[in-house]
Design a binder for this molecule. Structure first.
Ligand SMILES: N[C@@H](CCC(=O)N[C@@H](CS)C(=O)NCC(=O)O)C(=O)O
Length: 203
């Protein structure tokens, strides 16, 4: 199999961190997104939406969408469980994954894509007002997370999960999106620092 990888871009990074947590080494095909290689013929054939990451299996099957790719590896290699365990555990991870993907990853991405000059060719049309509108939404969500994290180690409970990977990558993406971390979010800081200290954070 081959993982078409997009370097520093946040969605490919989520998958790389997930694989590192699982201890899986999947052959990668680097795609230079800065040079718009994700829009070339080979990637377009695999994913007509021209987005990364893309996983191509040996039988030619293609999986796109970061969480679907992660889900595939979870099924192949269930330990450590990153989508939760048991009915309630899995539902909690799903709930937090969705919440953090819409509330943080999505809002930070919208700010970056609609405001950053490097995204001019990627996000057409860029709507700067929408980018600006998303900055306080991301910050409000972080204040909400701070209250939630006061009572537990990780987003979905006391076990690390894919929801934490999504949240962690989103927070790192705030820098290029030029969104400031609100002051005084001690629980978010503790949670973020714990994840940053995991070896997978370097993936
Ligand atoms: N929902 C997809 C989003 C994939 C996506 O948007 N990837 C970005 C890189 S982080 C991309 O390929 N962007 C290319 C573009 O917008 O032209 C996923 O979860 O994998």
């Amino acid at each position: 199999m081959k993982l078409y990888d997009g370097g520093r871009a946040p969605n490919p990074r989520r998958v790389r961190i997930f694989l590192a947590e699982k201890g899986l080494d999947v052959p990668k095909v680097p795609v230079d997104m800065g040079a718009m290689e994700h829009r070339n013929e080979a990637i377009t054939r695999l994913n007509p939406l021209q987005r990364l990451p893309v996983l191509e299996l040996d039988d030619g099957s293609v999986i796109t969408e970061s969480v679907a790719i992660c889900r595939y590896f979870e099924e192949l290699s269930p330990e450590p469980a990153l989508f939760g365990k048991g009915a309630l555990g899995r539902a909690r991870v799903e709930m937090w994954q969705r919440r953090v993907e819409f509330g943080l990853f999505g809002t930070v991405s919208a700010a970056f894509r609609h405001l950053h000059p490097a995204m001019k060719e990627w996000e057409v049309p860029q709507v700067p007002e929408w980018g600006e509108a998303n900055k306080p939404k991301a910050q409000d969500f972080l204040r909400f997370l701070d209250g939630e994290l006061a009572g537990r180690s990780f987003l979905a409970g006391d076990e690390f999960s894919i929801a934490d990977i999504t949240g962690f990558v989103a927070i790192q993406f705030m820098k290029p999106a030029r969104i400031d971390m609100p002051e005084g979010l001690a629980h978010v800081k503790r949670w973020y620092d714990t994840i940053a200290a995991r070896p997978s954070a370097a993936a």
